[in-house]
Design a protein around this ligand. Structure first.
Ligand SMILES: Cc1cc2nc3c(=O)[nH]c(=O)nc-3n(C[C@H](O)[C@H](O)[C@H](O)COP(=O)(O)OP(=O)(O)OC[C@H]3O[C@@H](n4cnc5c(N)ncnc54)[C@H](O)[C@@H]3O)c2cc1C
Length: 387
């Protein structure tokens, strides 16, 4: 067992931190305030090489390992301090692009991955619906095969990158009678007839990442855009993708917790009360100690899941555990950070106010904490994973 990063990994991580500190961090608070996605910033990140990290070089990617992709996310969270930007990046690279890379035909990979890897086309995943969130097998969007097309009807909601995306991986029912065994994945382009972006969703956090509904009104998807096998989408697309989401996409949360802790230590050292720095008070030190404990344990869990994926080990229990633990401690750390900053932490003057709003998404999106506990519990007593 070796807990250290290689020299190349350290250098790579450092280079992403430098990029994110220089390019992403300035303006992060303003983008949050204005709920503004910055396309120029996206293009710069793409030019730097962040949009195609895990895909093979033949499809325009960098062929980076899962661990290195995770490290890039961590570095982006640390240097960039823009959870919304990291969310859009994750939705694009991980839940939008990875299913195409993992399940796509040669033609699909050649057609879509280079555009995703270059950042030219933004991607995302359309699973959740107004009436089906945690109960993802209950989706109502249908896909009916007709003359070389699948005709999709239904509405997806809460779709990250919805208003920006050029291509989405979408889950729909090809057999309404069969529940999860009747769900199929499709690759849907924004210009397909019958596709439109529905209402934009205004959020409390991650505000620089746009979210919207996607509407399919007799949307014609060519039969060759079926992703994976018909009626196997729940396992092949949804489950496999969520396992990626529950690992790589948590990198930015770790980086965010680390920079937050550093800023809390600095603040506690310079803020004086009762004639001395508040860092001298044991109660403040205890809050910092808890934050450090959460950070380091969360990092171990994340690296274990990334390592698992690099070994080709499917481990839904570890993936759910990682999602549950990291997002829960991220919320707790953000609360401590505000507390350490006192009243100032409750103002727009410091980033900690933003981090408490951003952190809350973690325990909701990609399967809530309750659902993760349910999955872990079921697996512990010998049941099936599910979503
Ligand atoms: C900002 C944002 C971005 C998102 N991005 C995407 C995206 O890109 N693509 C996508 O497909 N989806 C996306 N989602 C959707 C997200 O995955 C869902 O919001 C999430 O799965 C929860 O579904 P829900 O909101 O319908 O809540 P519900 O399922 O209605 O849950 C409400 C509450 O009931 C609890 N609950 C439900 N069922 C159970 C149960 N069996 N046992 C115990 N408690 C239960 C939940 O834990 C929760 O507390 C996004 C959501 C947000 C907020």
């Amino acid at each position: 067992m070796d807990f250290s990063l290689t020299e190349e990994q350290e250098l790579f991580k450092q280079s992403v931190i430098e990029f994110a500190t220089k390019e992403i961090r300035p303006g992060a608070a303003e983008r949050d305030e204005e709920a503004r996605f910055d396309r120029d910033l996206w293009d710069k990140a793409a030019e730097f090489g962040l949009m195609g990290l895990p895909y093979p070089e033949e499809y325009g990617g960098s062929g980076a390992s899962v661990m290195d992709t995770t490290l890039a996310g961590e570095a982006m969270g640390y240097g960039g301090c823009d959870a919304g930007f990291s969310l859009s990046w994750g939705a694009h690279v991980v839940i939008g692009g990875v299913p195409i890379w993992q399940l796509g035909t040669e033609e699909q990979k050649k057609k879509y991955l280079p555009k995703i890897a270059s950042g030219e086309w933004i991607s995302g995943l359309g699973l959740t619906e107004p009436e089906a969130g945690s109960d993802a097998a209950g989706i109502l969007t249908t896909a009916e095969k007709k003359d070389g097309y699948y005709v999709l009807n239904g509405t997806k909601t809460f779709i990250t990158n919805g208003p920006l995306g050029s291509v989405f991986v979408v889950l729909a029912k090809t057999d309404k009678e069969k529940g999860s065994a009747g769900i199929t994945g499709f690759i849907v382009e924004k210009d397909f007839p019958g596709f439109s972006v529905g209402k934009e969703i205004h959020k409390m956090g991650n505000r620089s990442s746009p979210t919207s509904e996607l509407v399919f009104d007799n949307c014609e998807v060519p039969a060759e855009n079926l992703l994976g096998e018909e009626n196997k989408g729940f396992m092949q697309v949804a489950l496999a993708t969520l396992e990626w989401e529950r690992s790589v996409m948590l990198g930015p949360a770790i980086g965010g917790m680390e920079i937050q802790l550093e800023e809390c230590i600095n603040y506690a050292k310079q803020r004086h009360q009762f004639g001395r720095p508040i860092a001298k008070f044991q109660a403040v030190q205890f809050m910092l100690a808890d934050m450090k404990m959460w950070l380091e344990t969360a990092r171990f869990v994340l690296y274990k899941v990334a390592w698992n994926k690099d070994q080709g080990i499917m481990d839904p229990l570890m993936a759910s555990l990682s999602k549950l633990y990291i997002t829960e401690v991220c919320c707790k750390a953000a609360r401590n950070a505000v507390q350490i900053h006192g009243g100032y932490g409750y103002t727009k003057e410091y980033d900690v106010e933003r981090s408490i709003r951003d952190a809350q998404l973690g325990v909701l999106g990609g399967g809530t904490s309750e659902i993760q506990r349910w999955i872990i519990g079921r697996l512990l007593v010998g049941g099936q994973s599910g979503l």
